[in-house]
Design a binder for this molecule. Sequence first.
Ligand code: DAH
Length: 346
Amino acid sequence: MLQNKIQQYTEEINRLAPSSSVEVEEFRLKYLVAKGLVKSLFEEFKTVSSEEKKTLGKVLNEFKQLAESKYAEWQTVFSDNSGVGLQREEGDLTLPGEGVELGSRHPISLVRKEVVAIFRKLGFVVSEGPEIEDDWHNFSALNFPPEHPARDMQDTFFVEKREGNDMALRTHTSSVQVRMMEMGKPPFRAVMPGRVYRNEAISARAHCFFHQIEGLYVDENVSFADLKQTLFYFVQELYGEGTKVRFRPSYFPFTEPSAEMDISCSICKGKGCNLCKQSGWVEILGCGMVDPNVLENCGIDSEKYSGFAFGMGIERITNLKYEIKDLRLFSENDVRFLSQFETELV
Ligand code: DAH
């Protein structure tokens, strides 16, 4: 009797091919637990005659080993994370799905989008250019004299020396102005966002890469009054009605006259604070009338056309909006910083 049972269960085990960890567990519960089949056969073994014990002892032990080794084998197949088991396992379709966590937009992207949206309302289109740029587009066409310090190894990351036209990482987005004017015909009305690179030691206030938005407007009869009104409108939209602006004379090789524009400090509203160094004003961009030499370098008749240009650092605009004091935060990808902008997801 016992012999028959052992044989019957042996055949059953040999036929088994579990297809999930659930079935493997069912096997264990049936055969291997304290009240399982293997144990009960051993109990029955105690009752057989000593004559039978001689042969059955060996058979029973072999059966026990078979059950244990099969269980061990199936367990490794279905419990590891190698995917071997998963291929055969269908999974529990009734389990709730895994939640997808929404990320957040980077503050630089948020501000870039906002600035671009404001200029779009004035009819500006968006244009982009390469980050690896030649000397002509980054410097020469923009009226930089050959000995200008910005071309210096200290400021520019050179990529490749080329006869009279070195390749470098662009140091400003003004290079895109040149590309745009070379390729098309006036009128031009565009903003040009992008990443720029300068060979600076990284600190809270400087970084070797950052972002700018360039603006260009070229047509017949464009005047400095147009420049002022455009930038005034921009500032009211971005920082709110009543934000004051002032223009200070400045110098850029590619504009004449040139100016820097300050706004009344958005943090203290002009009363004086750390950010504006108690002056009530903060500088936000450089601008000016496109130098006739630049127009001519790009094949545009400077007798017929005039234009204005401006360039601003997105990090700077962002700092004024969110009071971020350390530039390094923008590129460290620390979620504790980035997740603070979650509500701004648009
Ligand atoms: N390219 C300048 C810079 O990187 C910014 C700038 C100033 C751009 C005046 C302009 C401009 O278009 O007119 O500092």
